[in-house]
Design a protein around this ligand. Sequence first.
Ligand code: PEP
Ligand code: CO
Length: 450
Amino acid sequence: MSAVADAAVVAGLDAWRELPRRHQPTWPDADAVGRVSGELASLPPLVFAGEADVLTAHLGAAGRGEAFLLQGGDCAETFAEATADNIRNKIKTILQMAVVLTYGGSLPVIKMGRMAGQYAKPRSSDDETRDGVTLPAYRGDAVNAYAFTPAERVPDPRRLVEAYHRSAATLNLIRAFTTGGFADLRRVHEWNRGFTANPAYARYEEVAGDIDRAMRFMAACGADFDALRTVEFFASHEALLLDYERPLTRIDSRTGTPYDCSAHFLWIGERTRQIDGAHVDFLSRVRNPVGVKLGPTTTADDALALMDRLNPNDVPGRLTFITRMGASRIRDTLPPLLEKVTASGRPVTWVSDPMHGNTITSASGFKTRRFDDVLDEVRGFFEAHRSVGSVPGGLHVELTGDDVTEVLGGSEAIDDDGLARRYETLVDPRLNHQQSLEMAFLVAEMIRGS
Ligand code: PEP
Ligand code: CO
């Protein structure tokens, strides 16, 4: 018999409508949003509740130091770039990083994309002015287009439906890549894309060679594991647009409880984590594993209040705190949070986002980050956890599988002038393929504690 949700539970899913909510588009036509909502509510879920529960259990393990989360992808996906090549390159990059972390860190790695739904962005200003012309800011492809014309910048709720279909197509290809043979560990060499002369690629070839030998050894012993042929891969995005998340929320027939079926894992951004705000209320009512980004002004009381609201039953893996303090501040701001949360004895999974606290403008005018700052924040994250005795549970990075030039540094030493060569992001700068791999080797060393 399928469970039926309590009427009060269903009604609660709309409580956010009466609460202050930040960073929502000003849709020009409320009726059109209502029609889109109805349409989204009639479309199939993108993920299943059971998959979200599996992820909760894995994240619980990461919170205890028995696994490590690798979450990566674009700052903002775009409809135009949801192509087979781009998706494959991102998957390859994440799989390669995961191999390096699994092998180097001797821990199971939970693989998660900022993919298949990362189409909405909070912006520091509602408007953008260019040459005296002011238009609504670009808020991600689920809201408006990037082109700077009045028609393109008007928020259009039909884009929510397109975001759903692009997410469905992306997730379908992700599922094919990760279960259809491509992710088979016996193809570990084939995921390497670059010139092996590059130190990161050469080092990867060594790891791949070791894994090959281990696999041949196991095969010779007669061992053969399904786990080596397929990979579990989870989808995640910032749950920013409640007009999108609400209609994709469904009542699980097994338990009668709501799950937001737009992705396995949803997070609340640093700008929308107000304790009495719409986003915290909405995500408090769905059963997926959820994350909250915590910036440098977060107090321990903020963290404890978020735990009360989002994980009152202390389910391990239900709540992840993704800290993004900035390299220069993390060693001061993180330990007090860790101490108080740890003293509460309640479960939280701690993940480092070393990207968002380290954004600068280059001399040449590009929004960028220094690879060294990004790494230093991860190092500070590990140091803080080691000093308090809490568990560093994962890494959240903005990356792409392509050879873009958006982040300064790395072994190919991208400098200020180099940024212009291939700067493609519409919002935040991403690690390129080589920088991502390099990062994985360095983080594997941090996991080992060397
Ligand atoms: C993001 O993850 O792209 C983002 C906007 O992060 P934050 O909410 O931490 O600023
Ligand atoms: Co970003």
